[in-house]
Design a binder for this molecule. Sequence first.
Ligand SMILES: Cc1cc2nc3c(=O)[nH]c(=O)nc-3n(C[C@H](O)[C@H](O)[C@H](O)COP(=O)(O)OP(=O)(O)OC[C@H]3O[C@@H](n4cnc5c(N)ncnc54)[C@H](O)[C@@H]3O)c2cc1C
Length: 328
Amino acid sequence: MRSFKMAQPRSLAGALAVLGGDDDKVRALAGGTDLLGLIKDRIAAPEMLVNLKGIDGLGEITETARGLEIGALVKLADLAEDARLRVGWPAIHQSLLETATPQLRNVGTLGGNLCQRPRCWYFRNEHYDCKKKGGTRCFAHDGENEYHAVYGNGICCIVHPSNLAGPMIAQEAIIEVAGPEGRREVTAEAFFTSPDEDVLRENQLAPGELVVRVILPPASPKARSVYVETRERQSFDWALCGVSVVLTMADQEIEAARVVFNAVAPVPLRRHDLEGMLEGRRLNEATVDKVCLAAPLGANPLEQNAYKLTLMKAVLRRALNRLKESAR
Ligand SMILES: Cc1cc2nc3c(=O)[nH]c(=O)nc-3n(C[C@H](O)[C@H](O)[C@H](O)COP(=O)(O)OP(=O)(O)OC[C@H]3O[C@@H](n4cnc5c(N)ncnc54)[C@H](O)[C@@H]3O)c2cc1C
């Protein structure tokens, strides 16, 4: 492991001043559960880490007129225990319970979860100079690709690793970012970027920028939401396929729907077509059958991962059935 210096800023301004603009040389450190692994595996070799944990005000969850505001340094375990989140934003709460292990959730943070790097084994192996590391080849495309993308896998076949990313999009979260140019807000949907935009990154943070807060707008009292995933190891694992569904109901009819799959594409995959099939219908068996059948439409599986198409149908069916049951 290459040695590095550590900066311990006490304020956001202090952190931004040290971060500067070269991500390869200077990196933000939150819980370290992802970044330190990358450094040990020689995938990242920063000269300086900027420890965010001493910064005041980034570790709080507050309810405001805008909704629930969650600091980037809030630990996943603390977020999972927040009763307001559990009641108001169930899909996010349920996805947290499926994330990593209790030990990791006690250390890992919200900002770190959203900004964690992909788990593709070629990316994580120093001997493969893949496109995501600036090389010319995606080794997964024609290699061992059972855990990889079934959509958007032309340039690079990673799936976005964050459990929280999908439900954040489904529940219309807003991500507040701070950088040398000041603060800005971006929807969770726009935050995550595909390899077509820039294969070296997974989100639209510019060098030197930090996630400071996530704002969850108040959920409609008519809305119901759920997150369902499937994975290989039940103890802990990244999802093989997951889905977040938010339905706004008017009596028995679906007024509005949001459906976002995770672990099937390099970014969480919002499915406007399935949302359109749900809207204006009753949530009954016929609707569930029809929408689930259409779940894998447009997929382009690789040699070893066509099973994910079946999983897409299965997780969506479980999610819709849970929402159907909760309506009784
Ligand atoms: C065995 C194991 C199993 C796991 N299983 C799952 C799983 O099932 N689902 C899942 O979603 N995750 C899973 N994870 C990943 C885990 O959730 C992340 O490692 C963790 O959330 C990262 O948070 P951290 O605070 O430790 O981030 P760090 O490791 O400190 O940082 C991660 C990255 O984010 C950047 N970063 C950190 N904070 C900020 C910020 N505020 N603004 C901008 N950039 C920032 C860092 O520079 C770094 O590049 C697993 C991890 C392990 C080791």
